[in-house]
Design a protein around this ligand. Structure first.
Ligand code: HEM
Length: 497
C-alpha cells in the first residue's frame, strides 16, 4: 500500500513538474500554475495585462496556457521580424477549430502549410481580379453607400445607435463580390446573417478556455440540451454553414465552365475543374469543403472588422469635432459636394487617410490578431522556440507603445502627416492588419472600402453626441475584437438641412 501511494505521489509530482517546466532557453515570464498555467492571470483585457507584464519581463516574454507554451511579442519591430519568418506562419491545432472545418484545417484563417498557401494565394488573386481597388469594386460599394445615406437621412436630428448600422452595407459589398447577389439592407436573410456573425464575434475570446481544454469543449457540446447559449451557438454555426453551402450548390447548378466567371465562387469552381492533383486542396470533394470554409472565413473576418472600424470612426469624430471639420473641409475642397468621392481622389486627400490611420491605431480593434504557431523548432532573438509554441503579437501594444507614440491615448490624425499637412507619413508600428506572411488577406479591400465610406459619409453628414444622452466615452467590450460600448449619436445633413 505504502509503495502504491508513493508511486502515485511520485507520478503526480512528475506530472506537475513537467507541466510547470518551460523549454530550455525560453524567454522569461511569470510562473505558471499546474494545469491552468497562466490563464488565470489574463484578466478581462489580456492586451493590457500583457503591457503590464512587459514592464517586468521585457518585450518578449513567455506564458503557459494549459499545456501550451506561449510567447508574447510586444515591440513592433519584434512582431515584424518574427512574422516575416515562414516558420511562424502556423496556427494552433485546436479541436473546436478543427471541428468547425469538418475534422481538419481547411479554408484560410486556421489552415496551415500547403492547404493554407493554396487557398490564400487563390483568394487573394481572385478577389484582386474581381476588383480590389478597381472600378467594379467601387461600383459595388457605391450601391451600399447610397442605401446607407438614405437610411441615415431618415434619422437626421434623432439619436441613433450607429454601431450596427454599417454591418449590412459592409457585408453586402463582400457578399456581392463573392456570390454575385445583392440584398436590400433590411432583407431578413441579410439581417439574420449579420445577427449571427455579430454575436459569434462579440462572444469570441482570444484565449477561450475551450480551446485549451478539449474536454471542456466536449462536455459543453454534450450539454447543449441544457446550456441555452451553447445550443444557440451550435445552431447558429449550422445555419450559417447551411446557408453558405446552399449558395455554393446554386452556383454549381448554374456554372458554365466556358463562360466568364460571375463572381468569386465561379472562379473557384473553375479552379476545381482544372485541378487533377489528388493532393491539392482544390481537388473534387476536398475542394468543395475548402470552398465552404474559405467563404465562411471571408465573411467572419471581413464584415465585422470593417464595420466596427466605421463605428469607432463615427464615435471618435463625434468626440473630436475639430478633426471632423478638417476632414469635411478636405473632402469639400478636393471632391466638392455634387459627386461621390472616388478612389482616384485618394492621393489628393492626405487628411482623410490620416484620419483612417489614426482611427485604426487608436481602436487597435484586433488587439492580439489571431494566434500564430511555430511550424518547426527555431531561434528568435537568441531564444529557442520549439515547434508548436503559440506566438501572440500584441498589436495593441505596438499601436499604443509610449516608446513609439507621443501621447498614445490621444486621438490625433496629424501624427500621420508631414508638418505642412500635405503628405501622409506611414508608421511601421501602426499594424492593425498585423504583418508578415499572415497579414490580413482583405487589407487592400478594407482600406479601399474605409476610404470610400469615410469620404462619402463625412462629405454629407456632420455627426455629434446626443445632447440628451449619456456622456460619450471610448469604453469598449473586449472580445477577440474591441467593440465600442452601445452609444447614441446624432447626425445632421450638411447638404439638405
Ligand atoms: C478594418 C478591417 C480589417 C482588419 C482590422 C483586419 C485585421 C486582421 C488581422 C489582425 C488578422 C490576423 C493576421 C495574423 O494572423 O497575424 C486578419 C486576418 C485575416 N483577415 Fe482581416 N481585417 C480586416 C478586414 C478584412 C476583410 C475585408 C477581409 C476579407 C475580405 C479579411 C480577411 C482576412 C482573412 C481571410 C484573414 C486570415 C489570413 C491568414 O490567416 O492567412 N479581413 N485580419
Amino acid at each position: 500500500m505504502i509503495l502504491e501511494l508513493s508511486l502515485l505521489f511520485l507520478t503526480l509530482g512528475l506530472m506537475l513538474f513537467l507541466w510547470n517546466t518551460k523549454p530550455t532557453n525560453f524567454p522569461p515570464g511569470p510562473r505558471p500554475l499546474p494545469i491552468i498555467g497562466n490563464l488565470h492571470q489574463l484578466g478581462t483585457e489580456p492586451h493590457k495585462t500583457f503591457m503590464e507584464m512587459r514592464k517586468k519581463y521585457g518585450d518578449i516574454f513567455s506564458l503557459k496556457f494549459a499545456s501550451y507554451d506561449v510567447i508574447v511579442l510586444n515591440n513592433y519591430k519584434d512582431i515584424k521580424d518574427a512574422f516575416a519568418e515562414n516558420s511562424l506562419s502556423g496556427r494552433a491545432d485546436f479541436k473546436p477549430l478543427r471541428d468547425r472545418s469538418g475534422g481538419m484545417p481547411r479554408g484560410v484563417i486556421f489552415n496551415v502549410e500547403r492547404g493554407w498557401t493554396e487557398q490564400r494565394r487563390f483568394a487573394l488573386k481572385s478577389l484582386r481580379d474581381f476588383g480590389f481597388g478597381k472600378k467594379s469594386m467601387e461600383t459595388v460599394v457605391y450601391d451600399e453607400i447610397n442605401e446607407l445615406i438614405d437610411t441615415f437621412r431618415k434619422t437626421i436630428g434623432k439619436p441613433m445607435q450607429t454601431q450596427n448600422k454599417f454591418n449590412a452595407a459592409v457585408l453586402n459589398a463582400l457578399w456581392t463580390m463573392v456570390t454575385g447577389q445583392r440584398y436590400s439592407h433590411d432583407d431578413p436573410m441579410l439581417q439574420d446573417l449579420i445577427k449571427r456573425l455579430t454575436s459569434s464575434v462579440s462572444q469570441s475570446r482570444a484565449a477561450s478556455a475551450v480551446l485549451f481544454f478539449p474536454w471542456l469543449y466536449v462536455i459543453r457540446n454534450q450539454l447543449t440540451m441544457f446550456l441555452k447559449y451553447a445550443r444557440e451557438r451550435q445552431e447558429s454555426i449550422a445555419k450559417t454553414m447551411a446557408f453558405v453551402k446552399g449558395t455554393v450548390t446554386d452556383h454549381q447548378n448554374t456554372f458554365q465552365k466556358d463562360a466568364a466567371p460571375r463572381d468569386f465562387i465561379d472562379m473557384y469552381l473553375g479552379e476545381m475543374e482544372k485541378t487533377t492533383d489528388p493532393a491539392s486542396s482544390f481537388y473534387k470533394e476536398e475542394g468543395l469543403k475548402n470552398l465552404t470554409i474559405t467563404l465562411l472565413d471571408l465573411f467572419v473576418a471581413g464584415a465585422e472588422t470593417t464595420s466596427t472600424t466605421l463605428s469607432w470612426e463615427f464615435l471618435l469624430l463625434a468626440l473630436n469635432p475639430d478633426k471632423q471639420e478638417k476632414l469635411h473641409e478636405e473632402i469639400k475642397r478636393v471632391v466638392g459636394l455634387s459627386r461621390l468621392p472616388s478612389l482616384n481622389d485618394r492621393p489628393s486627400m492626405p487628411y482623410t487617410e490620416a484620419v483612417i490611420n489614426e482611427v485604426m491605431r487608436f481602436s487597435a480593434m484586433v488587439p492580439l490578431a489571431v494566434f500564430h504557431s511555430a511550424l518547426e523548432d527555431m531561434t528568435f532573438k537568441g531564444y529557442t522556440i520549439p515547434k508548436g509554441t503559440l506566438v501572440i503579437p500584441n498589436l495593441y501594444c505596438a499601436m499604443h507603445d509610449p516608446e513609439v507614440w507621443k501621447d498614445p491615448k490621444v486621438f490625433r490624425p496629424e501624427r500621420f502627416l508631414s508638418e505642412d499637412g500635405k503628405t501622409l507619413i506611414k508608421n511601421e508600428a501602426n499594424m492593425p492588419f498585423s504583418t508578415g506572411k499572415r497579414i490580413c488577406l482583405g487589407m487592400t479591400l478594407a482600406q479601399d472600402e474605409l476610404f470610400l465610406f469615410t469620404s462619402s459619409l463625412f462629405q454629407r453628414f456632420q455627426v455629434g453626441p446626443d445632447p440628451n444622452g449619456e456622456k460619450l466615452t471610448v469604453d469598449y467590450h473586449c472580445a477577440s475584437v474591441l467593440l465600442p460600448k452601445p452609444h447614441n449619436l446624432v447626425l445632421h445633413d450638411r447638404i439638405e438641412e
